[in-house]
Design a protein around this ligand. Sequence first.
Ligand SMILES: *[C@@H]1O[C@H](CO)[C@@H](O)[C@H](O)[C@H]1NC(C)=O
Ligand SMILES: *[C@@H]1O[C@H](CO)[C@@H](O)[C@H](O)[C@H]1NC(C)=O
Length: 477
Amino acid sequence: MRRDIIIIAFLASRSLAVTFNVPATAPASASALDPAPVGISYEFFTFPAYMNDVASTKQCMQNMRDLSGTWPPIRIGGTTQDRATYDAASSAAVTYSVANEKDAPMTLTFGPSFMSIAGTYAGSVVVGLNREKNNQANTIAAAREAKAKIPNLLAIELGNEPECRLTPLLDDPIPHWRNANARSDAQAQGNWQIAVGNGVGTTPLIQAANSLKNPPEWGAIQLLNVQNATAVSHIKTISHHNYPGGTVQSLMSHSNVIRNIGSFSADVQAAKNAGKPYVFGEMNSATGGGASGVSPKFGAALWVADVSLRAATAGISRSYFHHGTIGNCQYCWWGRYNVGAPYYGAVFATAVMAGGAKIAPLDTGSSNYGGYVVYDSAGAPIRVSVHNSDYFSGSGSRSSQQFILTGLSGETVSAKRLTAPSAESRQDQGQTPTFGGQSFENGSCLATGTAKVETAEVSAGRVTFTLAASEALLVNL
Ligand SMILES: *[C@@H]1O[C@H](CO)[C@@H](O)[C@H](O)[C@H]1NC(C)=O
Ligand SMILES: *[C@@H]1O[C@H](CO)[C@@H](O)[C@H](O)[C@H]1NC(C)=O
């Protein structure tokens, strides 16, 4: 008897639906959407290999383009941009040697063909160049080559995560950098912005800041406080890096996503006040190529989906998810042989924002249940996403949550579900996620499986969906 009572109480608590009202016109607080807000960052030394030796690269990016109509933006950079020297005489795209193919090189050179490869890409390109070696003439020569060879060049970065160079590095101990702090580095960046911008003859050209440490210590605010108008005139975009880390459960938690993105709001506003778009120029679930217990899992896909939408909602124009050493990259969306579960989150977020003009949140971020609404250029809502970030480990029973959307017009809506056996699922271990019933094939990134669209009737402007723990849903209005 007692057992029955407990079960009834349990079911009752589960039936408390979450209600999201969908405003019929874009609220004043809605943020403008970039045509392709979800992008990819490629570690500098390995970019040519991704383009030339990894069959999935083109198809995985094309899947995103097919959804949004715009190739995902790419950024080429990272730790090895500050270990790289341009060699105009080299016929190789990159030259380096490593003891183990899972290592990143401590030093490398790159030739003009590096920029030619980047120039073949049909989407926008940001190239990160060296500042750490303090060889301005070399960086200007490389930037000129980038400008000449990349028709879609969006910006050039000057140095990667400068605050990470403050402690002497055994491999590259350059005194100039050891003495830097946020203020002196902002000044140094300003000098470089002017020198490289003038050297290439393009203003504005520079993606500035590029710090990892959270604002306000490092970021747009401190940079703009230090630099004068001439230096600022060379800034095209301001970039910050973002690696929240944690466990699968804490990473995918919707309220944690809101908290993380919220910590950038003053920095984004400062950039906006200066007329500069703010981007996450490099991000992913955990630093150093990712955490094996977190980054390759479906919970990380739910994080990619949520954080991409939340960043766009907070006025962060583009999020570039980092891809490191091929064959040694836990968070990568694809490699030579596999597609990673997190890729499904990127496809989901791209599909939600495709063709949208504005985005607004549907919730305040106080629970595990979230939602976003996307508006077209006429101001009409076209799509909603709903997120159940309750963690399901894969054992025991999987809870579920009802979501009610209100304020809708029309008679039916269709939906595509993002799901997997659990938050711990990894495609390379046989627990393949699906989005709208389909998966992406290992080694090719081609969609496979039968597409599945759910439909639901709208009654008095309301529609109800049920999401299992660790699922998200795209609703076409
Ligand atoms: C702005 O700062 C740069 C150094 O970053 C300096 O060379 C330049 O003279 C300054 N310009 C003005 C107008 O103060
Ligand atoms: C990917 O590879 C894993 C491991 O071989 C396999 O179990 C899974 O079914 C594959 N999934 C797809 C969609 O290719």
